[in-house]
Design a protein around this ligand. Structure first.
Ligand code: AHG
Length: 281
């Protein structure tokens, strides 16, 4: 599996270069969820596919930007599901964005998820790699290489609150709960890019990131295979929790379609237990 992580480091440098130097306009196409694709989305997707083509252990790939599963190496072991450039609409205002990778063996669901990784493209390039059963490891690109910074461990209680979705579309239960955290002293930290927002909560010790079921998106917005499951593994491995709105672990998710979404909540133990109480689950 380490060759996959080496290739992700290579990908991170190439996509960072594309972000800094490429045209920011829209392409002529839309992705499988009907969203307009930026040229950068298409370019990032191509960079990943080209790089993974030279990694024999990768049997197949599934991209957030494409419809189905593409087989790369019949005798490979892993299927890598990825969001090439999450939050790409933030590039034109120069906010941080990211790439997310879920590495699956046998089944494309929480049980089959054996590792995950994400890259943050910000003032620096950061990388977090998480193998199942181990703590997530934080790397930072400096001096021409990815230097290991250390393991990530969440505190039992944090201070940050990152509430996704449009407030007018929240349920009263969700609105009351988010308000209660602010009344407790939590600080709002939400950029609209899940990678930097979740990364900030992880590195600042804890808090809550939520993307609930809303009246316009009853199944949430974030995609299970490319976004929700990879971060669920990182949060649970860091000592936090990751649940859906029924109180079940997100790692129990079994998508029936590769682009399925789910309401999702990631946080330290205190905030997730409080959320379960508020939701009555
Ligand atoms: P996109 O890649 O289309 O910009 O979407 C970003 C995702 C995710 O990164 C972020 O947390 C969420 O959408 C933000 O959605 P809201 O604006 O609805 O909160």
């Amino acid at each position: 599996m380490d060759t996959i992580f080496d290739s992700i480091k290579d990908i991170a440098l190439k996509i960072d270069n594309a972000i800094k130097n490429s045209d920011l306009g829209y392409s002529q196409s839309s992705n499988s969820s009907g969203e307009d694709q930026l040229k950068l989305d298409v370019q990032s997707d191509l960079i990943i596919e080209q790089t993974f083509k030279s990694v024999p252990s990768i049997k197949a790939i599934v991209s957030e930007e494409k419809e189905g599963i593409s087989v790369l190496h019949e005798n490979g072991t892993y299927t890598v599901c990825y969001d090439p450039l999450d939050g790409s609409s933030l590039v034109d205002v120069d906010l941080s964005v990211g790439s997310i990778f879920g590495i699956y063996e046998d089944t494309l669901d929480g049980d089959g998820l054996v590792a995950s990784a994400y890259v943050v493209y910000g003032p620096r390039i950061e990388l977090v790699i998480c193998k199942r059963g181990k703590k997530p490891i934080h790397y930072r690109y400096m001096g021409g290489q990815f230097a290991q910074i250390g393991e990530i461990t969440l505190n039992d209680k944090g201070k940050l609150n990152a509430p996704g979705g449009t407030q007018q579309n929240w349920t009263p239960i969700h609105k009351n709960f988010i308000d209660s955290l602010f009344k407790e002293g939590y600080r709002l930290r939400y950029s609209g890019g899940m990678v930097p927002d979740l990364h900030q909560i992880l590195l600042k010790g804890g808090g809550l990131f939520s993307y609930p079921a809303t009246s316009d998106k009853p199944n949430g917005k974030l995609r299970q295979l490319f976004e929700v499951l990879p971060f669920a593994l990182v949060y649970e491995s860091a000592g936090g929790m990751a649940i859906d709105d029924k109180g079940g672990s997100l790692l129990s998710l079994k998508p029936s379609f590769v682009h399925d979404t789910s309401p999702c909540f990631f946080g330290s133990r205190y905030e997730i237990e409080a959320l379960k109480k508020a939701y009555g689950v």
